[in-house]
Write a protein that binds this ligand. Structure first.
Ligand SMILES: Nc1ncnc2c1ncn2[C@@H]1O[C@H](COP(=O)(O)OP(=O)(O)OP(=O)(O)O)[C@@H](O)[C@H]1O
Ligand SMILES: [Mg+2]
Length: 407
């Protein structure tokens, strides 16, 4: 048994490190299973035999597996069964929660996080908030803790894939499928925001779909050790990293980040799903971030012309650079998602833009609008001017007639 765990962790790591492909690993596992019991081989022996990895690579991966097992065997009450994946900041393991005999996922954070000021405090605070959430579309938080200097976050185990896996395989989601997924995510956010939890890192890698096709939002309530800006910069070189989905106000390092940042991240994910492209692409994270701040968004229905105008309007509203022009909350977003899924036009998307620009007009602010609206602005001003002249003329006439009528 222990051997199997070791092998599965070894196999996962070898694939994660791009030393061999998923199919090559599968073929080696097949050989392992068919192997005779008289001269039992290990997975690493077979991978070397088949020429997929070298002895040196095997040794390095073995050291990593041993280290991981040593770390995780220190978490009391849980037995590690294998590695599920790793991201920029942490490693996620599959484990058995011994008291309830159920499978869970444990995210183990690197020690260096604990040294960051306030991090441990926020880690527990957000963990407690997350444990209060109970929603079918949110990966359930189970436990947070520290053992031997190692901070860990225990959560519901989701058997399935992430949206990132589908996108990496080249999938473009249909209008209907993407709307159904977004409805589940918006309702997850509605629940989390109502409890005061903002995700801050909505992206395809944090959205899982289980085997019953239920969408699960992951990493809610996992306090981040770095600022949004730092986290974004850390993503250097990653194919689908944070900067592709980060909200402008997070890039600017604003401190009062609210739920509308999640609406932007969800909008950017939506965009990627229906067009097959990230909203803003550049050679490095810093240029991607500049585009989030300044570059106008190419409407998604200009890229995928089969998309309805309504769906495009929803995404554009979600991704408005100014958070005041986005949906105010996930409830409003849900209204529009459901309306477009029913074949109707969105009720709030376009109106939101119109109201915002009218308000700006009244305040006399300069607004960046397209041709048609600029004309509208000019004609409104002319109407105001004419009204003023007419009013002044009436007052003058009244005054003159008053003076003339005096004896
Ligand atoms: N609850 C879970 N159940 C099953 N697998 C999970 C679970 N949580 C995470 N995973 C897997 O572990 C992988 C790594 O997750 P992790 O959150 O550490 O990184 P990420 O979200 O991919 O990236 P980043 O570190 O940039 O946030 C995920 O891509 C997913 O495949
Ligand atoms: Mg994650």
């Amino acid at each position: 048994m222990a051997k199997t765990n070791f092998d599965s962790m070894f196999g996962r790591l070898v694939v994660d490190k791009n030393l061999c492909s998923e199919n090559e690993l599968k073929s080696c596992i097949k050989i392992l299973k068919e192997g005779n019991s008289e001269s039992p081989a290990t997975l690493q022996d077979i991978l070397i035999d088949q020429g997929f990895i070298t002895k040196t690579q095997s040794k390095r991966v073995l050291e990593e597996v041993s280290e991981a097992k040593k770390n995780c065997d220190q978490i009391p009450g849980y037995k590690i069964e294998g590695k599920l994946g790793s991201g920029a900041m942490a490693v996620v393991y599959k484990a058995k929660q011994l008291s309830l005999n159920r499978t869970v996922a444990i995210k183990v954070l690197p020690n260096k996080f604990a040294e960051k000021s306030n991090y441990v405090e926020r880690f527990y605070k957000e963990g407690q908030l997350a444990a209060k959430l109970n929603h079918n579309n949110i990966v359930q938080a189970i436990d947070v803790g520290e053992a031997h200097g190692l901070y860990y976050f225990v959560m519901e185990y989701v058997e399935g894939k992430t949206i990132y896996d589908d996108l990496a395989a080249g999938k473009i989601f249909s209008e209907k499928e993407s709307l159904e997924i977004m409805i589940q995510l918006a309702s997850a956010l509605e629940h989390a925001h109502a409890q005061g939890l903002v995700h801050r890192d909505i992206k395809p890698k944090n959205i899982m779909i289980n085997q019953e096709n239920i969408v699960k939002l992951a990493d809610l309530g996992l306090a981040r050790a770095t600022s949004d800006l730092e986290a974004a910069k850390n993503e250097q070189g990653k194919a689908f990293g944070t900067p592709y989905y980060i909200a402008p106000e997070q890039i600017r390092g604003e401190i009062d980040i609210d739920g509308r940042a999640d609406i932007y991240g969800l909008g950017a994910t939506f965009y990627h799903m229906v067009t097959g492209r990230v909203p803003f692409k550049a050679d490095n994270p810093s240029d991607v971030m500049k585009k989030h701040l300044r570059e106008p968004l190419t409407p998604p229905d200009h890229i995928n012309t089969s998309l309805s105008a309504g769906l495009s309007e929803i995404i554009e509203t979600m991704m408005a650079k100014n958070k005041n022009e986005r949906y105010d909350n996930p409830t409003d977003l849900l209204t529009d998602l459901r309306s477009v899924l029913n074949g109707d036009t969105p009720l709030l998307a376009k109106r939101k833009f119109d109201i915002e620009s009218l308000e700006s007009l009244e305040e006399g602010e300069m607004v960046e609008v397209e041709g048609e609206e600029v004309l509208y602005k000019a004609s409104t001003l002319i109407k105001y001017k004419i009204a003023m002249v007419v009013m002044a003329a009436i007052i003058m006439l009244l005054l003159v007639s008053l003076i003339a009528s005096k004896p």
